[in-house]
Design a protein around this ligand. Structure first.
Ligand code: ASP
Length: 428
């Protein structure tokens, strides 16, 4: 993949998609616009997305097994796991604190209590009622269930249902098995290595042929249906989420890359553009994985680390989502005329960190998980209906932040483990 040319093409496609989609949005009543959106933009976008999704399960499985085998030492792997999870939890907590602070200072919800009476709230109440009767709604999973669900009873079912955490667990076991069996498992190791080569070739091919047109389709479709009308009324909320995302993206990740990884943040952001734009257009951390792994590989992040840290991050590390949840909670408290106590704000931080772990890397789940945060501090989850209309646009932006956090972590851990891994590899 000639990253430079491809990145330029994707960015052009993105800008065109935003421009044309926004123009189409103004004429959304016209049948012509409706048909072009449905049969052209959406079809192109969904085909591209399916092509990428087609690779997610095999890429995640194969790369994690190879990552574990590459580290070669289960103890070292444990250390890397601990560092990774510490980084994830810390950055997510920082993210939500940025969101809460900005929303508390800028008061997006003051004087907007009339929003609570809108139809959006009552219709979201009905959605919630339906969800509450469904057993496995993501916001309803209890801690013990979440823990039990980490371990797949049937790995094939885990793959068929794209249950990322279970696939990760299974892959770690297979990886450790290959290490322990040693020479006798060489054939499997080689087979997976070659499978990985083939998968990466397909990722590169799909990206270089379809990414620009696919990105255009996805973005044009999203902007044709965008709730621009709602943005006017919720402008301040929208702006604060974007501002918090930008601060977290440039300042927190920028500083972490510069001071912890001792690398150039500019170079990092530039090389990560294909993944950032795909995250933006697909609104899915999971779908972006094959491409974000390719990008970090080009940056020189150790494959053993990237292939372990990024899939885990795409599943449990959602800084952008946590920002939205922090701002949304304060916003909803303000329109409800409720002042949250310091204790309640701490609860919001803790619950949002947990919620972001439980948020699947697919479009819109962050908003569903927001119900859990609101419930924890006694706010009405039906108020989510108010921000529903503009969430798609924010979802696009926060997904880009989510995956950038995973890649930044991979770079940092790769740098910090460089020497240990080199020693192990030289022994092998
Ligand atoms: N779409 C987000 C992601 O995939 C999750 C969310 O916030 O809804 O990362």
């Amino acid at each position: 993949m000639k990253t430079k040319h491809l990145s330029v093409k994707i960015v052009v496609a993105l800008v065109l998609g935003i421009a044309i989609g926004s123009i189409f949005n103004m004429f959304s009543d016209s049948l012509f616009v409706e048909n072009i959106d449905k049969y052209v933009f959406n079809v192109i976008g969904q085909i591209f997305l399916n092509l990428i999704f087609m690779l997610v399960v095999p890429v995640v499985f194969v790369s994690i097994v190879l990552g574990v085998v590459g580290v070669g030492d289960p103890k070292l792997l444990g250390g890397i796991g601990l560092k990774t999870i510490t980084f994830f939890l810390t950055t997510t907590a920082i993210a939500i604190i940025i969101g809460i602070t900005l929303a508390t200072i800028l008061q997006p919800g003051s004087g907007k209590s009339e929003l609570l009476k809108s139809d959006d709230v009552s219709s979201y109440k009905q959605t919630l009622n339906k969800e509450n009767s469904a057993q496995d709604s993501p916001a309803k999973q209890t801690f013990d269930q979440t823990l039990i669900n980490l371990f797949p009873k049937n790995p094939l079912q885990a793959m068929a249902t794209e249950n990322m955490l279970q696939i990760i667990t299974f892959a770690i076991f297979i990886g450790v098995g290959i290490i322990m069996v040693g020479a006798k498992a060489q054939l499997i190791h080689k087979f997976l290595d070659q499978t990985n080569e083939v998968l990466m070739y397909i990722v590169t091919m799909i990206m270089s042929v379809f990414a620009p047109i696919g990105t255009f389709g996805l973005v044009a479709h999203a902007f044709t249906g965008a709730g621009f009308g709602a943005i006017q009324q919720l402008g301040m909320y929208f702006f604060i989420v974007l501002l918090a995302l930008a601060i977290h993206f440039f300042v927190v990740y920028g500083a972490a890359i510069k001071f912890i990884a001792k690398s150039s943040p500019l170079k990092f952001f530039k090389e990560f553009i294909p993944a950032i734009t795909l995250g933006f257009s697909a609104s899915s951390s999971t779908a972006t994985l094959p491409v974000s792994l390719e990008c970090t590989k080009k940056m020189g992040v150790k494959r053993e680390i990237a292939s372990f840290v990024q899939p885990l991050g795409a599943t449990i590390n959602m800084d952008g989502t946590a920002i939205m949840q922090g701002v949304a909670t304060i916003f909803i408290a303000q329109i409800s005329g409720v002042t949250l106590t310091f204790g309640q704000i701490v609860t919001v931080v803790v619950i949002a960190v947990v919620a972001s772990i439980g948020t699947a890397g697919v479009p819109g789940v962050g908003l569903i998980m927001l119900a859990m945060v609101l419930n924890a501090v006694g706010l009405d989850p039906a108020a989510i209906g108010i921000i529903l209309g503009i969430d798609r646009l924010l979802d696009m932006t926060r997904t880009s932040v989510n995956i950038t956090g995973d890649a930044a972590c991979a770079l940092i851990i790769s740098k910090s483990e460089d020497k240990k891994l080199a020693t192990i590899n030289s022994k092998n």
